[in-house]
Design a protein around this ligand. Sequence first.
Ligand SMILES: [Zn+2]
Length: 423
Amino acid sequence: MTRSWRGRGARFILTAAAVLSLCLALFPIPTFASPPSVISPIPSQVELVLNPYEHVNWHETGHYKGNLHTHTTKSDGRMSAAQVIDSYKALGYTILSITDHDNMGSTPLPTWPWEAYGRNPEHLGMLAVQGNELSYHNHLGSYFSDTSGRPRGSVAENLEAIGAAGGLAIFFHPGRYHSPEAWTWYAPYYLQHPRLVGLEVYNQGDRYPRDRELWDYLLKALMPHRPVWGFSNDDMHLASQIGKNFNSFLLEDLSKEELKAAMIEGRFYFSHQPGSSPAPVIRDIRADGEAITIRAEHHTEVYWISMGEEIHRGGTLFYQDTPGLGSYVRAVVVGEGGRTYINPFGFTTPPSELLLPAALLQEGAAAEAPGGDGASRQEHYPLHTRVSGGHPILYRASAALFFLFIPASALICWRWILRRKNA
Ligand SMILES: [Zn+2]
C-alpha cells in the first residue's frame, strides 16, 4: 500500500518535471538583456574631415581660368610680355602670373608690374599675379611677392623667404628632377613650410605624367592633415603652348585676397585640354556623411583614386561603403576634350578591428548575428560591440535541463533513503 503510493508520487514528480522542461524549451520566457553598450567613444566610421569645396556656393561662385607658369622674352620665352598677356586675354583667361626665371635676362627682376609693358590688368578685366620661377635648384613657383632679387639659396631658404614676404609657392615640374619614388625628398618641405601649397602635376601639355604618381605618394603620406593641392600650368615659352593647361579658381570676386585664399584652401580644379574641344567643366561638388557627388559638363566618366589606386567609377562615390578608401580621395573627370581633376578630400578611417581583443569581437558578432545584416553592420561599427544576455536558444535549453535535473536528483535521493529504511 505505502509502496504503490510512493510509486505514484515518484511518477507524478517525474511527469511534472518533464512537462515543465518542455514548456521552458518551447514557450517564450522573459529575458532581461542589458541595453547595447558602447565600449569606446573612438569614431567608428569613415569621417570626411577635409573638403576643399566646403564653402563654395556653386550657383553664385565664379570660375576664373588661370595660368600660373608663363615666360616672356625677359627670360627664355619667345613672346613679349604684352603679346603673352594679350594671347591669354583672347582665350578667356582672367588670372595670369608671368613667372620668368630668376637666373636669366639682363636684369633678374620679375616681369612686373604689367603697366611697365603697356598693359593695365584692371582695364583688361584680369588679375595679374606677381610671380617668379626660382631656378637655381628644383624650380619653385613663387607668387604674390618679389623674390627674384634673392641671392642663390637652398630650397628651404627660398621657401622661408617666400613665407616671410607673405607669398605662396608650388613645386614646378618635379618629374624633371626626381622619380615619384623620391617623394621622401619632397614631404619634409610640405611639413615645414605652410606657404608651400601644392605641386604642378601637369606641365606644358603632359611632359611628366608620373608627377601624378608623386602626388599620390605625397597624399598617401600627408593626408588628411597636410593637403598638397595639384596644379596644371602651360609653362608657356611659345605661342603653340598656350591654353593646354589651366586652373579654374572658384572665387567670390576677382581679387588677390580671394585667389590667395583659394590657393591655400584648394578651392579650384584643373584641366589638361590638348586640343580645341573643351575639357570637362565642374558644375557642382556635393559631400555629406555618406557620399561625394560630382556634376560636370563635357564628360564621359568620373574616376575616383585613393592611395594611388582607382577605387570607383561614376559621378557619386559612397565613401562609407567603398573598399580601398584610405586617407584621401581625388577624382578625375574624363571627356573627349581632355581631363579635369578635383583636389583631394581627406578622411579619417576607423582603427583596425585587430586593436580589440578577439574574444570581445566574437561576442559582438554573436550578439549581432540573429539580426540578419549583423555581419555587415559589424564591419562599419567595429567598436560599438554589443553586450547582451547571450544566445536565446542556448539559454532556454540550459534552463530546461536545470529544471529537469533538480526533481530527478531529488527523486533518486528519496528512493535511496526509502530503500535503506526498508532494509
Ligand atoms: Zn618655367
